[in-house]
Design a protein around this ligand. Structure first.
Ligand code: PBG
Length: 332
């Protein structure tokens, strides 16, 4: 052994200070977006979501209070999802001027102003009786007809004062249509955050329970519009199209099983790229932690840091509030 010089990378892991000194990846409050569900059926307060421990559906007043708390923590943005009182075939409650999200946006902006960015998820599935993200006819999801509805939804959010609209439907041409509608109506500063590469994933399970948005028609899944998880180059094509159509930033979704896509996107495109750490990724760790099968805080930080390491400029995560609120516990 004496004549062989051992190269010792372990020197740099010798103690916490040494590790902190050379650590490449950081997570700050500024990287976080908190998803919130607003339920029109609730008059006050909030109600826990059974499949997502510590996550709630809020009443409109409840969500305003929650947003104040989140803004005070220093988190820059929330993304809102609505559960309407009324659903139909054409998602008309999604573009109602007095819909649950429109009312929430107005109240949050009235009370908090520019201290918190409000993002509105722009989709049909929570508002359609069949649970699909597009209009349906003859057992087919209709692309172009859906664009009309999506642009009406985006416009009504813009009229309510939203900062960012986030189309999550995966129809072709939606970003272009929304951009055109916003421009035509004078909303030139509304940002489009496109879910550009959104995969048909089983990790959305708890969300669909929370938002009551599971497909209920004879078309049982979203595989004709969301992406096939066998493909990566197709994601680059989707991103390229969304940028051409006018997206300001894009999302990769889900996150943990798609870190390769995130990294590839970061290497190929120069606009801000976020990752959505989705409901199933959240509940999976929460469930294992409840059983004592892993260290919850460590697993959360490992998950979020790996998403940053892969290249995310920001992360939508159900842990945003807790992580920002407990910086010391999480040691960041
Ligand atoms: C709406 C939408 C979904 C999610 C975000 N926007 C559900 C879906 O596509 O079925 C999932 C988010 C999550 O699982 O946390 N289209």
């Amino acid at each position: 052994m004496s004549d062989i010089m051992i190269i010792r990378p372990r020197r740099l892991r010798i103690n916490q200070k040494m590790r902190d000194l050379i650590g490449e990846t950081v997570l700050t409050k500024n990287d976080l977006i908190m998803p919130l569900f607003v339920d029109e059926n609730l008059n006050t307060g909030k109600k826990e979501i059974p499949s997502m421990p510590n996550q709630y559906r809020f009443s409109i007043d409840g969500v305003v209070e929650e947003c104040k708390y989140i803004a005070d923590l220093g988190i820059p943005a929330v993304i809102l999802f609505g559960i309407p009182k009324y659903k139909d075939e054409i998602a008309s409650s999604a573009y109602d001027k007095n819909g649950v999200i429109q009312k929430s946006i107005r109240k949050i902006k009235d009370e908090i102003g520019d201290e918190l960015l409000v993002i509105a998820d722009t989709c049909l599935c929570e508002y359609t009786s069949h649970g699909h993200c597009g209009l349906i006819n003859n057992n087919k999801v209709l692309n172009d007809e859906t664009l009309e509805i999506l642009s009406k939804i985006a416009l009504s959010y813009a009229e309510s004062g939203v900062d960012i609209v986030a189309p999550s439907d995966m129809m072709d041409g939606r970003v272009g249509k929304i951009r055109e509608t916003l421009e035509d109506n004078g909303y030139k500063d509304v940002v489009i955050m496109s879910y550009a590469a959104k995969y048909a994933s089983s990790f959305y399970g708890p969300f669909r329970d929370a938002a009551e948005s599971s497909p209920k028609s004879s078309i049982k899944d979203r595989k004709t519009y969301q992406m096939d998880y066998r493909n990566s180059r197709e994601a680059m094509r989707e991103i390229e199209l969304d940028i051409k159509e006018g997206a300001d930033m894009i999302l990769i979704k889900p996150a943990i099983s798609y870190l390769d896509i995130l990294k590839m996107a970061k290497e190929n495109f120069n606009i801000p790229i976020g990752a959505y750490c989705v409901s199933g990724e959240y509940s999976m760790i929460e469930a294992a932690a409840q059983r004592g099968w892993l260290n919850r805080e460590e697993a959360i930080m490992e998950t979020l840091l790996s998403i940053k390491r892969a290249g995310a400029d920001f992360i939508i995560t159900y842990w945003a509030k807790e992580v920002a609120d407990n910086f010391n516990i999480f040691n960041i």
